[in-house]
Ligand binder design. Structure first.
Ligand code: ZN
Length: 467
């Protein structure tokens, strides 16, 4: 077997057995996935995945960023550059490259997620290597043809209770509609992600605003009309089951401008002649506007700041976005959020979930903020920190100030469908390990730890995301 039953639990036997007892009580709970990037089309069309490389390698930027860092080209992994030459690489060849380099993932969460899938979903119990690459490929490819490996069957097999996608406000949500019409009982919900309409630096921003006007019939030439158009799309998303929004800004800056000043800033932005400082101020103002709309319509608000997107210009120009070249940068929250919090921070109708890629902010800024403002909650460790050590650091640094009850459970935040149960399992085990230590050190009674682990696994997620 590749997986040990006690993996990720503390090494000393007393704490380990407490962690094991806690884990037993939550192991079978349903998966609630309130934030992620799976494709609603999979569940609407319910077609088989093409091949092992297309399922496990090509959509996963965690995998190819590591391979790329060791000099393996994206073309050789079957990823096509813009400049014509479509990479017509045999998926079996892609798989062999991956297998040969599997050792690169030692010590990374990717290794944990993949081993979990290999063993639990494909019954593979020997570690992947060059020697068994073809055997792995054949077994996985065969399984993908079976009805149990269709997206809807996987959703059911994984015991998912609800799964949220991330969608542009301009999206017609046709796949979400098709899922609803189909009568299938899976709950796939859209999430309102307005970056393309509030960030003037976004590719196609001005065209997007025009489209927003066409779809909603609002006069986007005015500040009021633009805000109403966004309200209109939020209402549509809500009617399609959305319970949350998400914004991915470069910084956490917020602003609370006088409406006339905001209106003239919007006019500048719409003119297409705005400078970066105006664009930053506009994003800042739009965070506060979105918080106001969340107070009105009850959609939970999420903010994911601090990623410097497309850091590798050469790679970006050849392959586009989401190719593993986004790099975290320092992020400031305390002063940046104050304008928004002055306006809405005490309003209990608002649930505002903060994420970070800058771990130094957990104990210094985020836990103190979330441990004070009623509207604020701390999102789970995200992206580079969605790892055993990252999760442990999060609990270590945030719990003493924010407690457990200003956090919101786990997000898998994934594009890789098969990684969902693996990622939730890692999070559950780490929370059990953390709680076990508190119990062993007599900082928490065991009966309380049993309660907390239930809350972290399901109850806090349902509450924060209104699921
Ligand atoms: Zn995300």
């Amino acid at each position: 077997m590749i997986l040990d039953a006690n993996r990720l639990f503390p090494a000393d036997s007393e704490t380990r057995s407490i962690a094991g007892r806690l884990y037993e009580t939550i192991q079978g709970l349903p998966i609630i996935s309130p934030h992620g990037h799976t494709d609603p089309r999979w569940f609407a069309e319910n077609e088989a995945f093409a091949n092992p490389a297309a399922l496990l390698i090509q959509p996963d930027h965690y995998i190819f960023r590591m391979l790329y860092s060791q000099g393996i080209s994206l073309e050789s992994l079957g990823i096509s550059p813009f400049d014509g030459v479509a990479a017509s690489v045999d998926p079996k060849e892609v798989w062999r490259i991956f297998a040969k380099n599997y050792y690169l993932f030692r010590g990374t969460p990717t290794r944990l997620w993949l081993d979990y899938s290999f063993e639990n979903q494909f019954g593979l119990t020997k570690r992947l290597s060059s020697e068994n690459a073809d055997e792995y490929y054949e077994i996985i490819a065969k399984r993908l043809e079976t009805p149990e490996f269709r997206p809807r069957a996987l959703y059911e097999q994984f015991n998912i209770e609800v799964l949220s996608t991330t969608d542009s406000p301009l999206d017609t949500l046709e796949y979400h509609k098709a899922i609803r019409k189909s009568g299938w009982r899976g709950r796939i919900l859209p999430t309102f992600r307005p970056d393309s309409l509030v960030d003037a630096d976004y590719i196609g921003f001005l065209d997007n605003i025009q489209k927003l006007g066409q779809i909603t019939g609002e006069d986007i030439g005015t500040w009021k009309g633009y805000l109403n158009a966004l309200r209109n799309r939020r209402a549509f998303f809500k009617s399609m089951g959305a319970t949350a929004t998400d914004q991915g800004h470069p910084t956490a800056l917020t602003a609370d401008l006088d409406p006339n000043v905001a209106a003239s800033l919007y006019a500048r932005i719409l003119s297409g002649r705005s400078v970066p400082e105006e664009q930053e101020l506009f994003r800042a103002q739009m965070l506060t506007e979105m918080a106001g709309m969340s107070v009105e319509d009850g959609l939970t608000m999420q903010l994911h700041p601090g990623s410097v997107r497309n850091h590798n210009r050469h790679l970006y120009e050849r392959f586009g976005r989401d190719k593993g070249a986004d790099i975290p940068s320092p992020t400031e929250y305390v002063r940046a959020l104050q304008p928004l919090l002055n306006r809405y921070g005490n309003d209990q109708r608002l649930t505002f979930i903060l994420f970070t890629l800058d771990e130094t902010t957990f104990s210094r800024e985020l836990a103190p903020l979330a441990g004070h403002y009623p509207s604020l909650k701390l999102g789970p460790p995200w992206w580079f920190h969605d790892s055993p050590e990252g999760m442990m650091r999060f609990r270590d640094q945030a719990t003493e100030t924010a407690g457990f009850y200003n956090t919101v459970g786990f997000n898998d935040d994934t594009r890789a469908l098969l990684s969902i149960p693996a990622r939730h399992d890692v999070a559950r085990r780490i929370d059990c390990a953390f709680l076990a230590r508190l119990v062993a050190e007599h900082r928490l009674d065991e009966d309380e730890a049993f309660e907390v682990i239930q809350d972290l696994t399901v109850n806090l997620v349902r509450k924060a995301y209104k699921l």
